[in-house]
Design a protein around this ligand. Sequence first.
Ligand SMILES: NC(=O)c1ccc[n+]([C@@H]2O[C@H](COP(=O)([O-])OP(=O)(O)OC[C@H]3O[C@@H](n4cnc5c(N)ncnc54)[C@H](OP(=O)(O)O)[C@@H]3O)[C@@H](O)[C@H]2O)c1
Length: 140
Amino acid sequence: MDVVFVEKILRVQPNVKKLYLLLRASDAHSASQRLHNEVISKDLFRVVREKLGANLNSLISEKVTPVAGDITCKNLGVKDSNLVERMWREVDVVVNLAATTNFEERYDVALLLNTLGAKLVLDFAKKCANIKMLLHISTG
Ligand SMILES: NC(=O)c1ccc[n+]([C@@H]2O[C@H](COP(=O)([O-])OP(=O)(O)OC[C@H]3O[C@@H](n4cnc5c(N)ncnc54)[C@H](OP(=O)(O)O)[C@@H]3O)[C@@H](O)[C@H]2O)c1
């Protein structure tokens, strides 16, 4: 769903100033690789790629910042303290769609991600000075 979300923002809301996209990754480089390999290169981006052509890459570099993190950790697992502080200053909308969707997930794993993780996202959103909305997506 994160792929759908990023594509839709770039296609219908390209005026968005910045999209910090949190991805599970060990560092900024692998987060950036995941963004390119698992998000932007998907077929779903065909429409926006045809619409923007070569401008798509510059739009992505300008607007989308991949962030290595993990929502089950404090400060969403973002290790770069300058980046965390920048996010606290700039972010006004937080969208959480990270979850395990396995209905037979181990109890501790599901609790850690879908319950504690959601709480840690809320804690992070509360630290954003200009927060206007926290959107939490789930099934139940
Ligand atoms: N798909 C639907 O039709 C649908 C309908 C209604 C509601 N929903 C709800 O929408 C939410 C997302 O569903 P989905 O279909 O997008 O599920 P999904 O494809 O399994 O995506 C879940 C995402 O969460 C990420 N994630 C897992 N653990 C994480 C962590 N600790 N920190 C950061 N990210 C983590 C996963 O990243 P990795 O790639 O690193 O594993 C993955 O990208 C769920 O709450 C689901 O119940 C989905």
